[in-house]
Design a protein around this ligand. Structure first.
Ligand SMILES: [Zn+2]
Length: 340
C-alpha cells in the first residue's frame, strides 16, 4: 500500500527544519518564524496554507478530575501557561473526564479555582472530554474502515502472562487476538480495539516529530506494540483521545511531562493516520520526590485547594515554582522510574 500523503505537503508546503540544540531555548521560542519551523500547522482540519503561516502559539493544560490538583500539576500548568504567554499565545484548558470509575465532576470547579488562585488565566471555556465522545467514536470507525483496528478480548492478566517484551508503557501485547475471529457482539464485557501497529507503520512510512528541547525525533511507535485505542471500559484510550483533542483545540505546542515523551511516538502515528497536522512538543521535567518518584496526592503532596483555603498566596507560590524554589524534598526529574 502506498504511504499516506503528508497533509502539510498536500498544500505544497512541508516545514522541516531542525532546531539547533545549541541555541538557548528563549532565542528560538521567540524567533521569527519559529512556529512554522516545525513540521506542523495549527489548522489540522483545513490544511490551509494561510492558517499555517498566520500562526498563534496555543498550549493547553489537561487535568483529569480523578483527584485534587497538587504542586506537580501547578508546575505543569505554569509551564504551559508561561510558554504561551511569552509568545503572545493562547493557553487553553481541557478536562479529561472520561474515566468513568475515577472521574469526579465535583472536583472540576475546585481545579478551576486552584488555577485562578495561582494567577493563571485561560482562554475560552474549558473543553470536556465527556462532550467529545462522538469524535472518538468517529475516529475509531475511520480506523476500523482502514482495516487498522482489531477486537481484543484478552484480560489484563492474560496480556501480562502472554507478554515477552517490555515497552515504554510496560509489557507489550504480543498480538494474541490479531487475525482471530472475534465477534465483539458475542463477548460479554465487551472488547478493546487495538491498533495493528505493523500495518499502521507500513501505511504512514517513517515519521518524525519535534520537541523544542530534545530536537527532531524519529517516531518509534512500534516500541509500544498493538496499543489499545478504544477501551472496554472507556470511550477512548489516552493515546487516541489526546491526539484528537489536541487537534480539535488547535494546540500548536503540546507541553507535558517528560514521562510522556515516548507516548508521542504513538500520537504522531495516530495523527498521521487521521490526517491531522502534527503540533510541536515541549516535554518538561516534573516535580519529583526524593528518589525520583512522581508527586501524587496519595503520597501526601499537599492539595492546592488545601493551601488555597489555608490562605496561602497563590501567585507567590507560582513565582516560587517558576524560580525552581521548591518545598524541601522536591526537585525536578524525568518522572520515569527505572524498573526494579
Ligand atoms: Zn487479545
Amino acid at each position: 500500500m502506498a504511504p499516506l500523503a503528508d497533509p502539510c505537503a498536500v498544500i505544497g508546503q512541508s516545514f522541516r527544519v531542525t532546531i539547533p540544540k545549541e541555541l538557548p531555548l528563549a532565542s528560538h521560542l521567540c524567533g521569527l518564524g519559529a512556529i512554522c519551523a516545525g513540521e506542523f500547522n495549527v489548522s489540522p482540519h483545513t490544511h490551509n496554507r494561510d492558517k499555517c503561516t498566520a500562526v498563534t502559539i496555543r498550549t493547553r493544560f489537561a487535568p483529569s478530575p480523578n483527584g485534587s490538583l497538587h504542586l506537580g500539576h501547578a508546575y505543569a500548568a505554569i509551564v504551559a501557561h508561561d510558554l504561551a504567554r511569552a509568545r503572545d499565545g493562547e493557553f487553553l484548558l481541557r478536562i479529561e473526564d472520561i474515566d468513568g470509575t475515577r472521574s469526579r465532576a465535583a472536583l472540576v470547579p475546585e481545579m478551576l479555582a486552584d488555577l485562578a488562585w495561582l494567577g493563571l488565566e485561560w482562554d475560552g471555556p474549558p473543553v470536556f472530554q465527556s462532550q467529545r465522545l462522538d469524535s472518538y467514536a468517529a475516529a475509531g470507525e475511520q480506523l476500523k474502515a482502514m482495516g487498522l483496528l482489531y477486537p481484543c478480548q484478552c484480560t489484563r492478566a492474560e496480556v501480562l502472562a502472554a507478554a515477552t517484551q517490555l515497552g515504554p508503557d510496560g509489557p507489550v501485547y504480543p498480538g494474541t487476538c490479531r487475525g482471530r475471529e472475534v465477534d465483539p457482539a458475542k463477548v460479554s464485557g465487551g472488547v478493546a480495539w487495538r491498533l495493528d501497529m505493523a500495518k499502521a507503520v507500513a501505511l504512514t512510512g517513517s515519521l518524525t516529530w519535534t520537541d523544542e528541547i530534545a530536537g527532531v525525533q524519529q517516531a518509534r511507535p512500534e516500541l509500544f506494540g498493538d496499543v489499545v485505542l478504544l477501551r472496554k471500559e472507556a470511550p477512548a484510550s489516552y493515546h487516541l483521545a489526546v491526539t484528537l483533542d489536541d487537534a480539535a483545540q488547535g494546540i500548536s505546542l503540546v507541553t507535558r511531562g517528560a514521562d510522556l515523551f515516548a507516548s508521542t511516538h504513538v500520537h504522531v502515528l495516530i495523527g498521521r493516520l487521521l490526517q491531522l497536522c502534527a503540533p510541536l512538543y515541549h516535554h518538561h521535567l516534573l516535580l519529583v520526590e526524593a528518589g525520583g518518584t512522581k508527586l501524587a496526592k496519595r503520597r501526601g503532596s499537599a492539595a492546592l485547594a488545601d493551601l488555597r483555603r489555608a490562605g496561602a498566596d497563590g501567585p507567590a507560590l507560582a513565582d516560587a515554582l517558576r524560580a525552581c524554589r521548591f518545598p524541601a524534598g522536591l526537585s525536578l526529574g524525568s518522572g520515569i522510574q527505572e524498573a526494579p
